[in-house]
Design a protein around this ligand. Sequence first.
Ligand code: SF4
Length: 326
Amino acid sequence: MNQEAQSYDAWAAEVRDLARERNAIILAHNYQLPWIQDVADHVGDSLALSRVAAASDAETIVFCGVHFMAETAKILAPERTVLLPVLEAGCSLADTVTAEGVLKWRKDHPDGLVVAYVNTSAAVKAVSDVCCTSANAVEVVLSLPEDRDILFLPDFFLGNHVIRTTGRKLDLWMGECHVHAKISPLQLRQKVEAEPDAELLIHPECGCAASALTLLDDGEIPAERTHILSTGAMVERAINLGTGSALIATETGIIHQLRKANPLGDFRAVDPEAVCQFMKMITPQALLRSLQEGTYEIEVPEDIRLRAYAAVERMVSIGSSPVLSR
Ligand code: SF4
């Protein structure tokens, strides 16, 4: 056994012992560091993990992800202690919008409706009518009355995709994720052209799919080998790929899961530098400290939680929710 494997085993054993002592469950987003993914009880996207949190009977949820995700877990599982190992693990997309900004739009559009992508704070969800993810944004918008003004936030690219797909008029919040905005249309086209046998796998969560969806709409990348897939479906596709190859257009952390699922496949990032530094703040040391010290507990005031919960529940009741489990 090499030194790194020995270090991992010793660290993982300590993490699991501490988790057992605390009656804690460890959830890791797909974009977490490999060690964090490997030690977690569940790996997935933010809403799937929140669903796991809500269904779990563990006393403590350690959410290895970013702040809005831990908040969403708390919204759905208020009776649990939710820990985020690094409080500064934020999200540049979620940070583009505030509750005050939404309320200002509402003042100008008293009958308007607000659709909030899950990458938003609890305070923003609380002043929104319904939540969505990139997988069900079209369906959520289509479920709303045609005679009402609609604000779609915060991802401008995803909002544009929804406008093209539904033909509905939307006011768009001008937000974007700095990690995914970096995956340039030129880079995507060049990689796809250079690898004519590779499939293009796009994960519809966390703002990742937005620019790729626009290219797909414009016919600039081939629809026949492009797949917009949930986490579970992406892993299944990876297994079925055999010795084939796939280009992955999202944050690079997911490639660890795909390689584990199919060691024979060839999985490469469209942009190897598409790395979210907020996700990577959750280091092995930070997770250990979180379990040792109970840091950092995420709280959501009950009035905000109840209103945010209503927006999430409305999304789920619209159906074909993209909430995914692996
Ligand atoms: S990848 Fe982008 S959208 Fe996802 S957490 Fe990081 S900054 Fe936010």
